[in-house]
Design a protein around this ligand. Structure first.
Ligand SMILES: [Zn+2]
Length: 164
């Protein structure tokens, strides 16, 4: 029987790698970098997560998915705590995560400050033809976490993951 606290925490991190983002199922929440900390005391697991985007409706679903995944591994006493400060930045995303996002056809985040002007000034690379000649069509794409861009070269529309 494993009683070492450190090993248990590592196990939890390992299990969390299997929890995916409901909006972008190819990304795990570890890839997204939203899991801040895992605490274990007296068989109670507390997971601290930071939302990628304030008001991101996916967070409730992510909390539920974390609980379900841990429950499947026999851990029932799980508390999810949302940690709002410091705010999530794209720096917390793993390189693996950014790469997978690209392969999925979504431009990975390149900056932190999100407003209309910033989005318009962004040089977002087209995931299809890799042109930088792209234009913001809408501040909001298929979800509130994404902006809609169009490539001026191949005319392809694509989502830009703007969570900050
Ligand atoms: Zn293109």
């Amino acid at each position: 029987m494993v009683t070492n606290k450190e090993i248990s925490v590592q196990q939890v991190w390992k299990i969390l790698e299997q929890v995916t983002d409901p909006e972008i199922p190819i990304l795990s929440i570890i890839d997204l970098g939203i899991v801040r900390e895992v605490n274990i005391s007296d068989n109670n697991i507390e997971v601290f997560i930071t939302p990628t985007y304030s008001g991101c409706p996916a967070m409730d679903m992510i909390s539920m998915n974390i609980k379900l995944e841990l429950l499947q591994h026999g851990f029932g006493n799980v508390k999810i705590t949302q940690q709002l400060s410091p705010a999530w930045t794209t720096d917390w995303m793993s390189e693996n995560g950014k790469q997978r996002l690209k392969e999925y056809g979504i431009a990975p985040p390149v900056g932190k400050i999100i407003d209309q002007q910033f989005l318009e000034s962004l040089k977002v690379e087209c995931p299809q033809c890799h042109s930088n000649n792209t234009k913001l069509l809408s501040e909001f794409g298929s979800t509130s976490c994404k902006a809609l861009f169009q490539c001026q070269d191949c005319k392809e529309h694509f989502d830009y993951f703007k969570c900050h």
